[in-house]
Design a protein around this ligand. Structure first.
Ligand SMILES: NC(=O)c1ccc[n+]([C@@H]2O[C@H](COP(=O)([O-])OP(=O)(O)OC[C@H]3O[C@@H](n4cnc5c(N)ncnc54)[C@H](O)[C@@H]3O)[C@@H](O)[C@H]2O)c1
Ligand SMILES: CC(C)[C@H](C(=O)O)[C@@H](O)C(=O)O
Ligand SMILES: [Mg+2]
Length: 361
């Protein structure tokens, strides 16, 4: 039976980058992948259409899909909406929560052709290959109580709750240990256990899991130090596991090691292997509609979809090789261009990846 793919372009550069990624998906269909592709609005685009960031019928379609490809949501047009619970980002968070996509994989891999595009020295980043495993459906993003209120004396205050229970920590811990087993067998758990009780529990649970994975070397690091180490000596890391908010921040920092935020794909998975695949970056309103956006993070997210949700690892390899081939041809979107390379538009980059994909076997 055909696998169902739901494409949610979203806002800003979302439609531009998903258009190119969808072409790669269609090239996979030509190559024999049995898929049906459907598209729906989400985020600001859906607010403009129906008043809410995620329509009930889109959520139902998402639940019934084998995999979802999402561009990005949000933008200045909706940033002043007073009710944060109805902003574009809420559509994305609701999808993650409703589909129970707790396991977020964010691989920061430096293509050797992009060593010079990174803002760090070549010797610091060359050969970089890190996997950040971010917990995605809990922590301070979803903890209750939360709100903004005003005291009797007129002082306004806001609050959120940073909470994890041991089951949530254990299940993301297992994802990370298993990932480390398939890689270089080093796992660094990032927390703030010197200050926050919730992360003392996080550290305890990681330590409790460790004996089940004797081949994996577990270490712990405070998040402030981890941010520093990521730019000082990133190659010390293999797999990093951390909570929702720390993972959000550290993955953007890791993105720059790979040359650009436009290079970092992601997979968000639930226990049954269903997944949502999206670039780590946002809707980039500053460059939207100008053909400047790098579609490679989204295209590489399609590769992750094939590997993690559609059981088509050979096609995933083929997409990743096609991206390498395009970089070998010296083609670069603006964010990764430098002297001696040829700057291309979002669409030209898509053309080149599709051509390289079709030319390979
Ligand atoms: N997953 C998502 O949907 C997601 C993720 C992050 C931010 N957002 C939303 O996006 C909006 C903008 O957020 P922001 O500016 O903080 O972050 P952003 O990631 O959208 O942009 C940060 C910077 O990186 C650049 N950039 C991002 N993606 C790029 C690409 N593919 N190619 C070239 N350059 C790229 C942008 O031009 C900008 O200068 C906000 O509304 C935010 O909430 C959405
Ligand atoms: C848009 C926002 C809700 C989202 C997050 O914070 O998770 C984004 O920054 C990301 O990294 O996917
Ligand atoms: Mg983010």
């Amino acid at each position: 039976m055909s696998k169902k793919i739901l494409v949610l372009p979203g806002d800003g550069i979302g439609p531009e980058i998903t258009r190119q990624a969808r072409r790669v998906l269609e090239a996979c269909r030509e190559a024999g992948l049995d898929i049906d592709i459907e598209e729906a609005p989400v985020g600001g685009a859906e607010i403009d259409r129906s008043g809410v960031p995620l329509a009930a019928e889109t959520l139902e379609k998402a639940k019934a899909s084998d995999a979802i490809l999402l561009g990005a949501v949000g933008g200045p047009k909706w940033d002043t909406m007073p009710d944060i619970a109805n902003r574009p980002e809420k559509g994305l968070l609701a999808l993650r929560k409703e589909l129970n996509l707790f396991g977020n994989l964010r691989p920061a891999l430096l293509y050797p052709q992009l060593v010079e595009a990174s803002s760090l020295k070549p010797e610091v980043v060359s050969g970089l290959d890190i996997m950040i495993v971010r917990e995605l459906t809990g922590g301070i993003y979803f903890g209750q109580p939360r709100g903004r209120e005003t005291r009797e004396d007129g002082t306004r205050y806001g609050y959120n709750t940073y909470i994890y229970d041991e089951h949530e920590i254990r299940r993301i811990g297992r994802v990370a240990f298993e990932m480390a087993q398939k890689r270089n067998k080093k796992l660094c758990s990032v927390d703030k256990a010197n200050v926050l009780e919730v992360t003392i529990l996080w550290r305890d649970i990681m330590n409790e899991l460790a004996p089940e994975y004797p081949d994996v070397e577990l270490s712990h690091m405070y998040v402030d130090n981890a941010a520093m180490q990521l730019v000082r000596a990133p190659k010390q890391f293999d797999v990093i596991v951390t909570g929702n908010m720390f993972g959000d921040i550290l993955s953007d920092a890791a993105a720059m090691l790979t040359g650009s935020i436009g290079m970092l794909p992601s997979a968000s998975l639930n226990e049954s292997g269903q997944g949502m695949f999206e670039p780590c970056h946002g809707s980039a309103p500053d460059i939207a509609g100008q053909g400047l956006a790098n579609p490679l993070a989204t295209i590489l997210s399609v590769a992750m979809m094939l590997r993690y949700s559609l059981d088509a690892p050979a096609l995933a390899d083929r997409i990743e090789r096609a991206v390498g081939a395009v970089l070998d041809q010296n083609l670069r979107t603006a964010d990764i261009a430098y002297d001696g390379t040829r700057q291309v538009t979002t669409e030209e980059m898509g053309d080149a990846v599709v051509a390289a994909f079709e030319a390979s076997i």
